[in-house]
Design a protein around this ligand. Structure first.
Ligand SMILES: CCC/C=C/C=C/C(=O)SCCNC(=O)CCNC(=O)[C@H](O)C(C)(C)COP(=O)(O)OP(=O)(O)OC[C@H]1O[C@@H](n2cnc3c(N)ncnc32)[C@H](O)[C@@H]1OP(=O)(O)O
Ligand SMILES: NC(=O)C1=CN([C@@H]2O[C@H](COP(=O)(O)OP(=O)(O)OC[C@H]3O[C@@H](n4cnc5c(N)ncnc54)[C@H](OP(=O)(O)O)[C@@H]3O)[C@@H](O)[C@H]2O)C=CC1
Length: 331
């Protein structure tokens, strides 16, 4: 009996090894991963009641493209007057016109390189003239690319950390000071990412800067509540945008492997994160401050648990494994 079990165990070990290899090379064999996405359909409509942001002004950095654009569209649909700010004015203006014409609410485009504190100050001057100070600030602008750290030049490091950490700090401090001066409350939201917590190779400047942004926002949540300011953080998992995926997944290989390991079997969508950002920035969340919300379909915990690859073990293989485990006596 023992010999039979051991023989089967040897074969099983080979199967498990080979499954693990297949998994690493090609993702899963169909059934176990991906098919579950049908349980988790993404909804596209704005979730909050219409008019939730009436008489609210929202600033979204990097609002011309990708996730920032989706957040702007949702806030505008819910009644906000939005200002979108980044470097490329032509793209901002096109986005602003498209969203305004769909929602009927004005979206203003303001050119601003967040790395430059003077440009940020001028952007806020322009905003004050256009709309007054904002009720909602979303620090979403970012720069990133995958690169082995030994290939990074000092300027590559500086470029990413300037956009992500210094840019967020310049925008937050400039607006914070003026809001405090005017005794006006506001919601600040920073978009980071799941590896701000874990760190990640090959995106080290981004990981370092996003971790800094999280420290900044948690610190200010504690310090500036007395001025009526809330600070929260959303850590998105992978959501396909041209800006991110062209720089992080130029071949498309990462996307396939990622979907295989995400427990909900799919990437997120811009509309989903826009709904979450709208909720966090709204008065429905007025008691939320200092929160770090992971929004990743379960990817983080899937990457973290060292036994999670056992998802590839079949029920028949489990029967054998269980016999092996139960047959172990003592330690
Ligand atoms: C999937 C789940 C987790 C996902 C997380 C996602 C996080 C994100 O942040 S995605 C957001 C992605 N979007 C963007 O990056 C948009 C904005 N990006 C850019 O504009 C550019 O990519 C850049 C960040 C490089 C900034 O452009 P800029 O014109 O200001 O800089 P450059 O002069 O082009 O470059 C500055 C130095 O960086 C070096 N560099 C640029 N690209 C690379 C690269 N691919 N690899 C290595 N080094 C790079 C460049 O050579 C310059 O350094 P130096 O030559 O020493 O002067
Ligand atoms: N998509 C994803 O899977 C994930 C994205 N994120 C985060 O979501 C956010 C949005 O990313 P995503 O929409 O995917 O990518 P995009 O590239 O579309 O968005 C980045 C935006 O930042 C702006 N930006 C870059 N540099 C500057 C600068 N110096 N000054 C002002 N604005 C700047 C860009 O506009 P312009 O070029 O006009 O300056 C662009 O609109 C980022 O914070 C990113 O880190 C996090 C995890 C996953």
């Amino acid at each position: 009996m023992a010999a039979r079990v051991l023989g089967r165990a040897g074969r099983l070990a080979a199967v498990v090894r080979s499954s693990a290899l297949q998994l690493r090379l090609h993702g899963s064999a169909g059934l176990r991963f991906g098919s579950q996405a049908s349980f988790f359909p993404p909804l596209g409509d704005a979730m909050l009641p219409s008019g939730s942001f009436n008489n609210h002004v929202a600033l979204i950095t990097g609002g011309g493209t990708g996730l920032g654009r989706a957040m702007t569209a949702t806030l505008s649909q819910l009644g906000a007057q939005c200002i979108i700010a980044s470097r490329k004015l032509d793209i901002l203006q096109r986005t602003a016109e498209e969203i305004s014409s769909q929602t009927g609410n004005k979206v203003h485009a303001v050119q601003c390189d967040v790395r430059d504190p003077q440009a940020v100050s001028q952007c806020v001057d322009q905003m004050e003239a256009l709309t007054g100070l904002p009720d909602v600030i979303i620090n979403n602008a970012a720069g990133n690319f995958v690169c082995p750290s030994e290939r990074l030049s000092p300027n590559a490091w500086k470029t990413i950390t300037d956009i992500v950490l210094n840019g967020t700090a310049f925008v937050t401090l400039e607006l914070g000071k003026r809001l405090i001066q005017n005794q006006k409350g506001a919601s600040f939201l920073a978009i980071t990412t799941i590896y701000a917590e874990s760190g990640s190779g090959f995106v080290v400047p981004s990981a370092s800067a996003k971790a800094g942004v999280e420290a900044l926002y948690k610190s200010l949540a504690a310090e500036w509540g007395r001025y009526g300011h809330r600070f929260n953080i959303i850590q998105p998992g992978p959501i396909r945008t041209k800006g991110a995926f062209s720089r992080l997944d130029p071949t498309g290989a990462f996307e396939k492997a990622t979907i295989d390991r995400i427990p909900t079997g799919r990437l997120g969508t811009p509309a989903e994160i826009a709904n979450l950002a709208a909720y966090v920035s709204s008065n429905y969340a007025s008691w939320m401050s200092g929160a770090v919300i992971r929004f990743d379909g379960g990817e983080y915990v899937s990457l973290a648990g060292e036994f999670n690859e056992l998802r590839s073990v079949t029920p028949d293989q489990w029967k054998i494994l269980e016999v092996m485990i139960r047959n172990t006596k003592g330690s």
